[in-house]
Design a binder for this molecule. Structure first.
Ligand code: ACO
Length: 324
């Protein structure tokens, strides 16, 4: 059997029009621009309009990724949407996006790994493409976290934003891949930490949607160690290193977590892509959003070695190395 590589063909992203600055938030809760910037690096975030759904954000990002890839809806046979904020309990929001894009074959499903969702989605797509089960896939991260925030809790509402990003991957025989594609992925979950970052509602418990709850210090305490461990796994599996990567595109939760992780791994600051200042934490959307920004502004180009990582509720965490 010939070896298959999952090669990136295009990226796209979408942000809701409305921007909310820290100063505007300070009019609603007892906080300040200075506190938020100092602790998180966040200056502003986008918030979805009334009636603007996760599927709307995800569809817009996916359509742009398809255009960027030079492909049409009919070329796609797998859609994976990473989200913790689906339109409905079911059907999967991926099915809505699939139908609205006009994709009529293959499979579409949602994947739930909170902020690590995009890395988990990328790993899942990669496994399906390499197994020969599908040919071309969309992996989308789309979130409307504004809908699950407690807007009276200053410890959490200042951290998150809404948005979506998408990547198109294609199964390419290794001989034709020019060394490009997903090189390795590493996924972890430790459910013993599930009460440190969670939503206090759900269909089988309260019958409500619930609000995000977080022990911020506990998340912070674990984040850097978990992130760097799983990146070391990616380096060990491939023989790559902080010196050989071209770009580090981390989950955009918090500037301090990003800087501490890069520092611990000896990744040069100029290789780190950060968007958290403008987007806040968009959970599963943050990595594909940042990838699209760095692609479109000319930083990430063909042949570049790109390191991705994420950590989030569960706890879940993971890494991926992609030759662009
Ligand atoms: N504005 C002003 N003061 C605030 C705010 C706010 N928005 N939020 C909390 N405070 C206050 C607290 O009430 C507390 O006051 P007190 O000392 O009088 O009791 C003080 O600030 C310190 O609170 P801590 O929660 O201990 O603040 P900390 O320095 O830990 O910063 C933060 C909080 C930014 C959440 C930090 O813990 C953090 O970054 N944690 C990581 C969490 C994260 O990034 N989560 C994202 C989701 S998970 C992921 O994506 C990886």
């Amino acid at each position: 059997m010939s070896v298959i590589r999952s090669v990136v063909r295009g990226t796209g992203s979408y942000l809701p029009q409305k921007v909310v600055t820290n100063a505007e938030l300070a009019q609603q809760v007892d906080t300040s621009d200075e506190w938020i910037v100092q602790r998180t690096g966040i200056r502003e975030r986008h918030i979805a309009a009334d009636g603007e759904l996760t599927s709307d954000l995800g569809r817009a990002a996916a359509a742009r990724a398809l255009e960027d890839a030079g492909l049409e809806a009919g070329d796609i046979d797998l859609v994976i949407l990473a989200t913790s904020t689906p339109d409905q309990t079911f059907p999967a929001t991926a099915a809505t996006i699939q139908a609205e894009l006009g994709i009529e074959r293959g499979a579409a499903f949602d994947l739930q790994a909170v902020c690590s969702g995009f890395v988990f989605g990328l790993a899942t797509v990669d496994a399906h493409l390499r197994a020969g089960a599908f040919k071309r896939a969309l992996v989308i991260g789309a979130e409307t976290f504004s809908r699950i925030l407690d807007w009276e809790d200053r410890g959490t509402c200042v951290l998150f934003g809404d948005g979506a990003g998408a990547v198109v991957l294609e199964a390419v025989p290794e001989a034709k891949s020019e060394g490009r594609g997903v090189l390795t992925t590493h996924l972890r979950t430790d459910g013993r930490h599930r009460t440190k970052l969670f939503v206090d509602g759900g269909p089988s418990s309260t019958g409500t949607v619930g609000h995000l709850r977080m022990e911020g210090r506990e998340v912070f305490r674990h984040a850097v160690g978990m992130i760097t461990d799983v990146i070391e796994d990616a380096f060990a599996a491939t023989g790559e290193s902080a010196a050989t990567i071209d770009w580090f595109v981390p989950h955009q939760a918090n500037r301090r977590i990003i800087d501490a992780s890069a520092q611990k791994l000896h990744i040069a600051p100029e290789k780190v892509v950060t968007t958290v200042d403008r987007h806040g934490n968009t959970s599963a959307a943050s990595i594909p959003l940042a990838l699209d920004v760095a692609r479109k502004d000319g930083r990430i180009g063909k042949g570049d070695l790109v390191l991705l990582e994420a950590m989030g509720g569960g706890f879940t965490w993971g890494s991926a190395l992609v030759r662009w």
